[in-house]
Design a protein around this ligand. Structure first.
Ligand SMILES: Cc1cc2nc3c(=O)[nH]c(=O)nc-3n(C[C@H](O)[C@H](O)[C@H](O)COP(=O)(O)OP(=O)(O)OC[C@H]3O[C@@H](n4cnc5c(N)ncnc54)[C@H](O)[C@@H]3O)c2cc1C
Length: 292
C-alpha cells in the first residue's frame, strides 16, 4: 500500500481542473477533511494526489446576489453558524450547524463536503432542500446547475461526474415573510449523527395569514435526504395555523422509506418524523410571523 501522496493547495479553479486532468482517478478533492481523512483510515486505498479546495476564494462565503442567497461550497459550518445574513434569512441552516459535530470540527468542515459525502443523515441537506437550493457544479467543460432535490442518487452517491467540483449553493430569497426550523433527533445531544431529522421552511403572504410556499427536508427517512411532498401539499395555500401544521405532520411520512438500523427502528423514525414536523413547523411559523 502506498502511504504517501502529493498534497496540492491551488488558488484557482482552473488549477484544480488541471490537477484533476493530470491525476485522473488518482486525484481526491479535500475541503475540511473531516470525512475524507476518516474514510481514508478505514480503507487501504490512497490517492496519488490530494487537492485542497481551502484556498480558492470564489468557493467560500455567504452573500446576497439579487433575489438569491449564495453560499460557497467551501464555507465552513462555523461561518454558517455565525452568519448574520443567515440568522435573518436562513435560520434553518444555523439551527443545523449548531447541532453538528463539535466546534473544532465545525471550524474546518464545510457545507460542500457535507453534501458531496451524501450521507442520509447529512445535517445540512434537509435545510438546503427546505430552502429550495440549487447546487452549481463546475468542470473544465463548463458549469451546470442541479436542484438539490435531483442531486442525491443513493447513500453516498450523487449526480456529480468525475472532474466536477461543487462550487456553490443558490437559494431563492422569499418575497414575503419567511421562517424555518431544523430539528435533529439523536441518541446523544452532542457529537452524534441524526436518528432522524426534519427541516421546515415556510413562506407566508404579506399579512402572515396564509402559507404561500412550504418545503420540508427530511434526514434518515430513506436512502437519501428527501422532501416530504405530501406534507408540503397540505401546507401550500392553506391558513397559517396550528391546525394546518397538524394536518401536514400527519402525512409527513407518506413519501418516506424509513428502515431499521443500529440507531433506531423504522416505526420509531416514522413516529418521530411526525412529531418533529409539527414541532419544527411551529417554530418556523413563529419565526415567519415575527417578520410580518
Ligand atoms: C467527529 C465527527 C462528527 C461529525 N458530526 C457530524 C454531524 O453531526 N452531522 C453531519 O452531517 N456530519 C457530521 N460529520 C461528518 C463531516 O464532518 C461533515 O460531513 C462535514 O461537513 C464534511 O465536510 P468537509 O469539508 O470536512 O469534507 P471533506 O472531508 O473535505 O470532503 C468530503 C467529501 O466531499 C468531497 N468534496 C469536498 N468538497 C468538495 C467540493 N467543493 N466539490 C467536490 N467534492 C468535494 C471530498 O472529495 C470527499 O469525498 C462528523 C464528522 C466527524 C469526524
Amino acid at each position: 500500500m502506498k502511504e504517501s501522496y502529493e498534497y496540492y493547495k491551488p488558488e484557482s479553479l482552473n488549477q484544480v481542473f488541471e490537477l484533476l486532468y493530470q491525476y485522473g482517478e488518482g486525484a481526491r478533492l479535500v475541503s475540511g477533511g473531516t470525512d475524507v481523512f476518516v474514510q481514508q483510515r478505514q480503507t487501504s486505498e490512497r490517492p496519488e494526489a490530494m487537492i485542497s479546495l481551502r484556498h480558492i476564494a470564489e468557493l467560500a462565503g455567504i452573500r446576497v446576489d439579487g433575489d438569491r442567497l449564495v453560499i460557497g461550497a467551501a464555507t465552513t459550518l462555523r461561518d454558517i453558524e455565525h452568519s448574520e445574513l443567515l440568522a435573518s434569512e436562513g435560520e434553518i441552516l444555523v439551527d443545523a450547524t449548531r447541532r453538528m459535530a463539535s466546534v473544532q470540527i465545525r471550524n474546518v468542515a464545510t457545507i460542500g463536503g457535507n453534501i458531496v459525502t451524501a450521507a442520509p443523515s447529512a445535517d445540512t441537506a434537509g435545510p438546503l432542500l427546505a430552502l429550495g437550493a440549487t447546487a452549481e457544479l463546475k468542470s473544465s467543460a463548463g458549469a451546470r446547475q442541479v436542484p438539490l432535490r435531483e442531486y442525491f442518487t443513493g447513500p453516498g452517491r450523487t449526480v456529480m461526474a468525475p472532474g466536477e467540483v461543487l462550487c456553490r449553493f443558490l437559494i431563492p430569497r422569499p418575497k414575503g415573510p419567511a421562517g424555518g426550523c431544523y430539528l435533529k433527533m439523536s441518541r446523544r445531544q452532542a457529537m452524534d449523527l441524526a436518528l432522524v431529522s426534519v427541516g421546515v421552511q415556510l413562506e407566508l403572504d404579506e399579512s402572515g395569514d396564509s402559507i404561500v410556499k412550504a418545503r420540508i427536508g427530511l434526514g434518515v427517512a430513506g436512502p437519501t435526504p428527501m422532501r416530504s411532498l405530501a406534507a408540503e401539499a397540505k401546507l401550500d395555500g392553506r391558513p397559517a395555523t396550528q391546525a394546518t401544521l397538524k394536518d401536514a405532520a400527519r402525512v409527513s411520512c407518506d413519501d418516506t422509506a424509513c428502515r431499521d438500523s443500529v440507531r433506531g427502528q423504522a416505526w420509531y423514525r416514522e413516529e418521530m418524523i411526525e412529531v418533529l414536523t409539527l414541532r419544527a413547523g411551529r417554530v418556523a411559523l413563529d419565526r415567519a410571523k415575527a417578520k410580518v
